[in-house]
Design a protein around this ligand. Structure first.
Ligand SMILES: O=C(O)CCC(=O)C(=O)O
Ligand SMILES: [Mn+2]
Length: 321
């Protein structure tokens, strides 16, 4: 049968057989290559180029599971709501399927052996959660370059989300343009959980995505009227969290239906994903020195000399203080 074919056709037919045996799972690509579009004038290079072009066209035609195109996202959303101090709230920015995709994509980045995963697995029942987290604070889910500690529990850099968050933050808050988003912290709240009024001290602008149950977000600008907004799954907030006092409390409202179809670690009902610029190593070191003086009345070098402990031990302790 092969003898009846031209040289190029014979090559393609042979290659198809080899590939069929080696890559059974990918065989659907091959009939197109040996079908009507494979003429006698095709060389192997042309054949590969044609396949690349087809794959590329397919990829371009396939709808993206997430609105990485920030201009298109902003075009389809309503006007952002104005928050104090130049902040913005983009209501209903992500569709339900995009919310779910984001949550699961973040989960795909998690390292099952990380401390974050271990803590979540250790508090899966409401009782274990109440015992292990008496303040009902959010617990870290997956983090990349924690903005203070610069630690990661993600297996890989979530570059696609970091770059998207950077573009979106700059578009919604031009005052943030000197910053580059390089940190992602996804954290999980149980119903009723929250954060008391605080500042993201020593940090600046950030962009926050709400997934799951509703939460009340309070903006508490010093000397100005407080603003309370209800954040729903798919809402996006941009604010100067380092200057604007804020507080969060997760409602007892049930999360959207997709939440029941993903891994949410027992009693957790809300995920918040925060993108910010992490402290540089030098700034982190400087803050640790200041804390050492404030808390212990001596420098890190003096603490090391006095206790014989490693400098890294003190840095870890002081960065989280
Ligand atoms: O959960 C939120 O919406 C915001 C979280 C927050 O303010 C923080 O982690 O510092
Ligand atoms: Mn905060």
């Amino acid at each position: 049968m092969l003898a009846a074919l031209g040289r190029s056709d014979r090559y393609l037919a042979k290659r198809a057989t080899v590939l069929t045996e080696q890559h059974r799972s990918q065989v659907q690509v091959l009939p197109m290559a040996v079908g009507p579009c494979a003429t006698a004038s095709h060389t192997a290079t042309q054949w590969r180029a044609a396949r690349r072009a087809r794959d590329c066209a397919k990829a371009q035609a396939a709808p993206s599971p997430f609105p990485f195109d920030v201009d298109a996202l902003l075009r389809r959303c309503g006007e952002p709501e104005v928050l104090p101090m130049g902040g913005r709230l983009l209501r209903g920015a992500l569709t339900e399927s995009e919310q779910r995709w984001m949550y699961e994509e973040i989960g795909r980045h998690s390292d099952p052996a990380s401390d974050d995963m271990e803590s979540l697995r250790a508090t899966l029942t409401p009782q274990a959660h109440a015992e292990g987290n008496s303040k009902n604070s959010p617990m870290p889910y997956v983090c990349w370059l924690h903005p203070y500690a610069r630690r990661s529990s993600a297996r890989a850099r979530p570059t696609h989300f970091l770059e998207w968050a950077d573009r979106l933050m700059h578009a919604l808050a031009p005052a943030s343009s000197s910053l580059t988003i390089n940190s992602m912290v996804a954290q999980l709240y149980a119903a009723g959980g929250g954060l008391r009024p605080h500042l993201d001290e020593n940090l600046s602008w950030g962009i926050s995505i709400s997934l799951g149950s509703e939460a009340t977000f309070e903006c508490l600008p010093a000397g100005a009227k407080a603003t309370r907004v209800t954040l729903r799954s798919g809402d996006i907030v941009v604010a100067e969290f380092g200057k604007l006092h804020h507080a969060v409390s997760t409602s007892a409202q049930p999360p959207p239906a997709w939440w029941a179809r993903v891994e949410t670690f027992g009693p957790r009902t809300r995920c918040n994903v925060l993108f910010r610029q992490a402290l540089s190593k030098a700034r982190q070191r400087d803050l640790c020195e200041r804390r050492a003086m404030k808390v212990h009345g001596m420098s890190i070098a003096q603490l090391v000399a006095m206790t014989g402990k490693e400098e890294a031990w003190f840095l870890k302790l002081l960065v989280a203080a």
